[in-house]
Design a protein around this ligand. Structure first.
Ligand SMILES: [Zn+2]
Length: 371
């Protein structure tokens, strides 16, 4: 049977939630492996020509030319839709299972991409287990569901090839893997609920731990500051293991960093924080060198050393050591929006998800997306 499922099929109840999100689950690649767990049809969308892929098999998918791709050596016209024969978990790509409608296509940049179309609610069930631990308190998971739903819907843009990616640059999504009943409960019990400010969806950023004060979206990325993303004091995450960090950077690595940024120095004589934002995060660092002083953005330093080593720009002090400098800081992540460690603490202390969201996105209203 050849038929296209209606795009909002997974939403179920027929209510008017912007029902479908298009997630890029593979991009900028010349080839990838497709693993089937059940029988799958590869359908040329334009011609209706259908090819059968066997269950529990591995197929190589390759870019051929701007209009064609190859599956197991067979050339097919792009785009190609993958149809599950039984409607269950059927296709595995890059180690993850996907339940939505999958489209493989060639791009103008002569690459392949795979886009999954699925309901926003199903998508959230795949985001929550990776963006917040599934065993965290239910009210924290519900706060995350509302934040992630708002963030996702804010990204929907029919003019683009897809709405959102599946990586850390937006919010991480690993398909249908990792779902459990608590995740489903958190998504269902907040179904359709979003955060709005002045009637508009907000970009509901979130992060692991703020270290005592959330950051302003303005100092993090130069975004227009609206009240909910201005940054708030957070007394709730101080017990978190991420509330403070230390990192020892060698003088040699620091020198190489400032040289990359344009300094002609051959020796670093000292480093200090020369500018902070309202939340206390470092904006600029000043290096004293044999070639005079050199200023670099704290965000660039973090990017250079890695976000797992310099966990935030909330650098509180820098002390000289033998052959390097010890950096002390607070929190983990960009610091904008909801602090997940604080949300967990609030939930453990009996606060509900609405209270949590009001703490981290002050001034927003929580309501149905269609209201
Ligand atoms: Zn916090």
């Amino acid at each position: 049977m050849l038929s296209f499922a209606p795009l909002n099929s997974a939403a179920g109840s027929g209510e008017e939630i912007p029902s479908v999100i298009r997630v890029a689950i593979s991009r900028n690649t010349n080839q990838f492996k497709l693993v089937t767990s059940a029988k799958v049809y590869a359908l040329e969308v334009k011609t209706g020509q259908k090819y059968m892929l066997l269950e529990r098999s591995i197929y190589e998918v390759k870019y051929v030319n701007p209009t064609h791709l190859a599956v197991a050596g067979e050339t097919l016209e792009s785009p190609v839709k993958l149809l599950a024969a039984d409607g269950g978990d059927c296709v595995k790509i890059n180690g993850h299972f996907y339940k939505g409608d999958l489209y493989m296509k060639t791009t103008a940049a002569e690459k392949l991409e795979v886009i999954e179309h699925l309901s926003v609610e199903d998508y959230l069930c795949g985001v929550l287990p990776v963006e917040m631990s599934p065993d965290w308190p239910l009210e924290a998971l519900k706060a995350q569901a509302v934040a992630s739903r708002t963030y996702a819907l804010k990204n929907i843009d029919p003019k683009k090839d897809y709405d959102i990616t599946d990586g850390v640059e937006t919010q991480v999504y690993n398909g249908a893997s990792g779902m459990n009943s608590r995740i489903i409960d958190a998504v269902r019990s907040t179904r359709g609920e979003v955060l709005k400010y002045k009637e508009k969806l907000i970009t509901a950023f979130f992060h692991a731990c703020c270290g005592g004060h959330t950051a302003s979206a303005s100092s993090a990325w130069g975004e227009d500051v609206i009240k909910p993303l201005y940054g708030v004091r957070d007394p709730f995450c101080s017990d978190s293991i991420h509330s403070s960090w230390e990192y020892y950077a060698t003088a040699r690595d620091l020198l190489s960093f400032i040289q990359k940024k344009g300094s002609s120095a051959l020796k670093i004589k000292g480093v200090r924080i020369s500018e902070r934002d309202r939340s206390g995060r470092a904006l600029k660092l000043k290096f004293a060198t044999d070639a005079g002083s050199f200023t670099a953005a704290a965000a660039e330093l973090r990017k250079n050393f890695g976000t797992y080593d310099i966990k935030s720009t909330f650098i509180t002090r820098i002390t000289p050591g033998s052959g390097g400098y010890e950096f002390y800081g607070r929190g983990w992540g960009h610091g904008v929006g909801m602090c997940q460690e604080g949300a967990k603490h609030m939930a453990l202390n009996g606060k509900n998800y609405k209270k949590i969201l009001r703490q981290y996105y002050p001034g927003t209203s929580i309501g149905d997306v269609n209201d």
